[in-house]
Design a binder for this molecule. Structure first.
Ligand code: SF4
Length: 227
């Protein structure tokens, strides 16, 4: 078991510093070339790998180019175009509806406020934060995906379970300048070392400060269950 630093702010700062050293090129891995493509890609990535989304969107973005294209597409046609993606039927419905709202209420432009984004079908705080950060250069929150959720609990940065509450905890301990990058660092470390199935604590640069480290700790703080 590692020993976390004296308070969560110090712990978070140390985690960021070490992960920035490990993953200097860390950034979003979804492929997109404009805000609409970003929104669609993030909506498709819920419970699906970025790799699969990138494969699927290669053709999708050739066929559908405007919010009207998605809004006017028959449900079966759009679902068929997405059929290798998890929950493709529901995602097709959400995308058609969100794009209809973008056409009707936002002059065909992807909105640039949290309130307007989360009004769109199928868009929650996580998706809205990604679109604001990478589509509009507005950083007003921290994207809490499954990797951020797991790592921050393992590292003792939060004890909350729900992503929105985890985000609130993180906003108070992570320097604002790192709000965007923190997510990408957690995703890279979660994929490379600290995965859901097998945390490779022996190869982890955070082992000495991680209270979940397998050396002595019997508990995975992400699940509160024994390793
Ligand atoms: S790999 Fe192990 S030591 Fe590293 S952050 Fe994950 S649980 Fe902690």
């Amino acid at each position: 078991m590692g020993i976390p630093l004296e308070d969560r702010t110090a712990q978070a700062t140390e985690v960021i510093e070490r992960l920035e050293h490990e993953y200097p090129e860390s950034t979003i891995s979804l492929r997109y070339s404009n805000r609409l493509e970003l929104l669609i890609a993030v909506m498709l990535s819920a419970q699906c790998t970025d790799e699969r989304v990138n494969t699927e969107t290669e053709n999708l973005f050739e066929t559908y180019r405007t919010p009207e294209d998605y809004a006017n597409a028959p449900q079966e046609e759009l679902a068929e175009a997405l059929n290798s993606i998890t929950y493709y039927n529901n995602k097709a419905k959400y995308i058609r509806s969100a794009c209809q709202t973008i056409v009707d209420e936002h002059d065909g432009e992807v909105p640039d406020t949290m309130d307007e984004l989360i009004e769109l079908s199928g868009v929650g705080r996580k998706t809205a934060n990604v679109v604001l950060q990478h589509g509009h250069d507005i950083v007003e929150g921290i994207v809490v995906d499954t990797h951020v959720q797991r790592l921050t609990r393992r590292l003792g940065l939060t004890e909350e379970q729900h992503p929105d509450q985890i985000e609130q905890d993180l906003l108070s301990v992570i320097p604002e300048s790192a709000w965007q990058q923190f997510t990408h660092l957690c995703i890279d470390h979660g994929r490379a070392v600290c995965s859901a199935r097998s945390a490779d604590c022996g190869a982890c640069v955070l082992a000495d400060i991680c209270p979940s480290e397998k050396g002595d700790s019997e508990i995975d703080l992400a699940s509160s269950e024994p390793w």
